[in-house]
Design a protein around this ligand. Structure first.
Ligand code: ADP
Ligand code: ADP
Length: 232
């Protein structure tokens, strides 16, 4: 059961200065209920991998399959709909809407997916990240860690097949990072959530049960929890 599969994915960016091969023949899949960290030096293709896997960007060659659907033939409307229903995304900068309360932020993806947000659903997502008591707060009234947890609740409220996180702890201090990482790890255990996280922090990666190492657009190494010990 592999909700996300990449087959021989290549991504070439063209610019006035010439072409850059950001991903070079990447074949990788993410099993249901696993927590994968994608690591590698700056420019190695981590963000491009995440964006292609999440249907935010289209590969130049190769295939991306989400829940058995090949994204290649999908038009923009169908791709957007699939993304809104099957994919959750968490960013380094949280990207919450500052004028909206936590619960209004969490309800947004349901509206965008054409569903009618129900209060119980929204409150359950906030409870799942430990923020049931912050529903009426606006982002400016929450700590960085709380804002990221609201962002995680927002990403989970549509019950996505996979949650992608791009440097989710990049803007957080160590103690707060640890809380967010424990939450991501617990979500894989508790509800079988598939999580794929880009990070350059080895401590953050140690919460994952699999680490992919990228260099120059290729997967050059892979470790699993069995190789690296029990982790945290
Ligand atoms: P990482 O996330 O590991 O830092 P990226 O996926 O952002 O790597 O980038 C991989 C390579 O692709 C880099 O050489 C980067 O400069 C290039 N790149 C990324 N996005 C674009 C773009 N929109 N246009 C041109 N080149 C890009
Ligand atoms: P446990 O779950 O066993 O208590 P923790 O997850 O709290 O383990 O963290 C283990 C160690 O890693 C602690 O010393 C903690 O301070 C450190 N640590 C946790 N997160 C980070 C981080 N983002 N950067 C650096 N060190 C960290």
């Amino acid at each position: 059961d592999e909700p996300v599969q990449l087959w021989s994915v290549r991504k070439v960016y063209g610019s006035a200065a010439g072409e850059v091969t950001a991903l070079d023949d990447v074949t990788v899949s993410f099993r249901a209920g696993t927590f994968t960290a994608v690591m590698g030096p700056s420019g190695s293709g981590k963000s491009t991998l995440l964006h292609c896997a999440a249907g935010l960007d289209r590969p130049t060659d190769g295939k991306v399959i989400i829940d058995g659907t090949d994204l290649g033939p999908l038009g923009e409307t169908a791709l957007t709909l699939l993304r809104r229903r099957r994919i959750g995304f968490v960013f380094q900068a949280f990207n919450l809407v500052s004028a909206l309360t936590a619960e209004q932020n969490v309800a947004l993806p349901l509206r965008l997916a054409g569903l009618r947000p129900r209060g119980v659903e929204v409150r359950a997502a906030l409870a799942e990240v430990g923020l049931a008591d912050r529903a009426r707060h606006r982002p400016g009234e929450l700590s960085g860690g709380e804002q990221q947890r609201v962002a995680i609740a927002r990403a989970l409220v549509t019950r996505p097949s996979v949650l992608f996180a791009d440097e989710p702890t990049g803007a957080l201090d160590r103690a707060t990072s640890r809380d967010v990482l424990r939450l991501l790890r617990d979500l894989t255990g508790r509800r079988g959530q598939t999580v794929v996280m880009v990070t350059h922090d080895p401590v953050a990666a140690s919460y994952a049960d699999r680490v992919l190492l990228l260099a120059d657009g290729r997967v050059v190494d892979e470790f699993t929890a069995a190789d690296t010990g029990p982790g945290h």
